[in-house]
Design a protein around this ligand. Structure first.
Ligand SMILES: Nc1nc2c(ncn2[C@@H]2O[C@H](COP(=O)(O)OP(=O)(O)OP(=O)(O)O)[C@@H](O)[C@H]2O)c(=O)[nH]1
Ligand SMILES: [Mg+2]
Length: 151
């Protein structure tokens, strides 16, 4: 595989409510960029992202999956995440390494609960952000917010 300098690598997480179209969009990006020659469909179990037997059977994403395209001289890593709450840990993991998030929204149903959950920080997350700004050392307030998160 070609080597890319760090400034030519982008990590893009696709996130949103279940069924909004993340896997379909990932497949379209792969096809449009010429990375794959045939555009698969979730309903047929033929997408790059939903490739495990369980995902093919259920027709939903269960774990995050990685794919990449080359675009404008950069390597764009696509991280397709599951939208169902049960697998929210996969979204957290993807966002931890992503440079940017692409939020797919179903044009017919609009912003749904799962998308709001990703968009809105939990009280513990918000609290931790604030104390980081207030206190350059961070240690004591952060451990306090950790206690709140675990309470
Ligand atoms: N008509 C139409 N159907 C779409 C579109 N995008 C996705 N779908 C269909 O909607 C269903 C769900 O699409 P997915 O791509 O699996 O959605 P997802 O966000 O990856 O779903 P999860 O992985 O379960 O969160 C599939 O049957 C798709 O074929 C679209 O733009 N238009
Ligand atoms: Mg999916």
């Amino acid at each position: 595989m070609k080597d890319y300098e760090g400034d030519k690598i982008r990590n893009l997480a696709l996130v949103s409510h279940g069924g909004a179209g993340k896997t379909t969009l990932t497949e379209s990006i792969l096809f449009t960029s010429g990375t794959i020659q045939r555009q698969g469909r979730v309903a047929d179990g033929s997408t790059v992202s939903d490739s495990t037997p369980e995902e093919i059977k259920r027709k939903i994403s269960l774990t995050l999956s990685l794919a990449h395209v080359e675009w404008g001289g950069a390597k764009v890593n696509l991280i397709d995440t599951p939208g169902y709450f049960d697998f929210f840990g996969e979204v957290t993991a993807a966002l931890a390494v992503a440079d940017a998030a692409l939020i797919a929204v179903n044009a017919q149903t609009g912003v749904e609960a799962g998308t709001e959950r990703i968009w809105t920080p939990s009280p513990a997350e918000a609290s931790r952000d604030r104390v980081r700004h207030d206190d350059g050392q961070g240690g004591r307030p952060i451990s306090r917010s950790r206690s709140r998160a675990c309470a």
